[in-house]
Design a protein around this ligand. Structure first.
Ligand code: MTE
Ligand code: MO
Length: 434
């Protein structure tokens, strides 16, 4: 069902709407007209009446049909949905991201290459600091990093730049992430700043880049699967860590054991796993997946499907404001006489989240939720609300966060881009009121 309905909608949402439900859309309001047999077909598929059917946007796949929960086992991971097994890529269904601090077993996995052999000796692992803008290149064992520098712990959001890619139309190639390539565990390590300052940062330094121990899918030892970086301003932030622990345990093998970079709030591709070397650069780092269309979006918005020349693409930096509904699980039934408790998290790249709203009428009206403060900068924030429904039937609960710069999540898919990055459209769940 899942693939079927997405394929149908990705080819042409308006046609799919018409083919499935006989739904036509109003070109001005984008609301769909769901009448007679079309309405009957959709409510039969959903198993209930749809009180706000007239407000449902055209081309919208009902959340009850769009989301599914196929379990698949990866060692150390619980119930993640596997998108690809060579390399392993797996995401976490939203209701399994309900914990305030993401457990290691629920942290998504995104691999660009083949992970290193996990039978490594952590005592023998070294991290080299070098590059043309490093004054005194040096190497450190993991034990030396732990001895020589102060330890810091922060909860930091890591979200793949391609999280949400599956909804773009025309579709983008790459892992078809839905909402689960995100997590906010606790990380412990040393500040990248402290280590770089010890090695001396030249005045002309502008960027850092990482190199890691995973290998290219082609088997070519001279090719890196990924080698990205961040500008010095991000590298030197308090929260940017060289981490060895997630939630006070050694990093899980698939999440970078024994050392990784953590650059919270930026595309997680900047947080190099299995970290072996950091270079301080006098230019924008030019490692694998820094150039071309990788982790870049059009500097100016383009029409969906446009071919964009590389020089018109800009590197993604801070991630946009976003939220998740982690409770209840999509598809639940509940008595209409009782209020429904809903909750989740919200985050906004380098910024804080100012407010989170929920809607039960497809975004026509919104109610503000209770929103907590982050435990530290760059951690996600928790929100909750109680929702009352006017009558029995099929509803969707939508969540929308607004950051402290006034930027809001869009209700529908945001600016199209060739690789399908930065989809921060509102998350939604299906509920049946009986
Ligand atoms: N060495 C290395 N680091 C890497 C990657 C990789 O393939 N190799 N993938 C990056 C990408 S694209 C993402 S989204 C995050 C995913 O981190 P996780 O697998 O710990 O969730 O790691 C980043 N760091
Ligand atoms: Mo990613």
């Amino acid at each position: 069902m899942k693939t079927g309905i997405h394929q149908l909608y990705s080819a042409h949402p308006e046609h799919a709407d018409f083919a499935l439900w006989g739904r036509k859309s109003d070109p001005v309001t984008r609301r769909g007209f769901l009448q007679g047999s079309g309405y009957a077909a959709m409510s039969a598929a959903l198993g209930a009446s749809i009180p706000f059917a007239s407000l449902m946007p055209a081309g919208l796949i009902p959340a009850a049909l769009a989301q599914s929960d196929l379990p698949f086992e990866i060692p150390g991971k619980e119930d993640l949905v596997v998108l690809n097994d060579r390399p392993i890529n797996a995401e976490t269904p939203p209701w399994l991201l309900d914990d305030k601090v993401t457990p290691a077993s629920r942290m998504f996995v995104r691999n660009n290459g083949i992970p290193p052999d996990f039978a490594i000796d952590p005592e023998a692992w070294t991290l080299e600091i070098a590059g043309e803008s490093c004054l005194n290149p040096q190497s450190f064992t993991v034990a030396e990093l732990k001895q020589r520098f102060d330890h810091h712990s922060y909860q930091l959001v890591l979200e793949c730049g391609g999280n949400g890619r599956s909804e773009f139309n025309p579709p983008a190639t790459g892992n078809q992430w839905s909402t689960g390539a995100v997590g906010c565990p606790g990380w412990t390590g040393v500040r990248l700043r402290d280590v770089l300052e010890t090695c001396g940062i030249a005045d002309d330094a502008v960027y850092i880049g990482y190199y890691a121990a995973d290998t290219h899918l082609s088997g070519n030892p001279d090719q890196q699967p990924i080698s990205r970086g961040v500008p010095m301003s991000k590298a030197l932030e308090d929260e940017t860590l060289i981490a060895w622990a997630m939630n006070d345990e050694p990093l899980p093998p698939l999440n970078g054991y024994p050392l990784r970079l953590v650059c919270g709030g930026w595309p997680a591709s900047t947080s190099g796993k299995w970290l072996q070397k950091i270079v301080v650069r006098n230019r924008v780092h030019d490692g694998a997946k820094m150039g071309g269309a990788s982790y870049r979006v059009p500097c100016e918005p383009v029409a969906p499907g446009t071919k964009v020349p590389d020089e018109d693409l800009c590197i993604i930096e801070s991630m946009p404001v976003k939220s998740l509904l982690t409770f209840p699980k999509s598809g639940i039934s509940q008595l209409v006489s009782e209020p429904l408790a809903v909750r989740g998290h919200a985050w906004a790249g380098d910024h804080g989240v100012a407010a989170v709203y929920v809607s039960i009428d497809f975004g026509a009206t919104w109610a503000e939720t209770k929103l907590g403060k982050p435990v530290n900068r760059l951690a996600w924030q928790h929100w909750n609300a109680e929702v009352n429904f006017p009558q029995t039937g099929y509803y969707e609960v939508w969540a929308r966060a607004v950051d402290d710069q006034g930027a809001s999540q869009p209700m529908v898919i945001p600016a199209w881009n060739p690789r399908g990055y930065l989809n921060n459209a509102c998350h939604r769940i299906a509920v049946q009121l009986v």
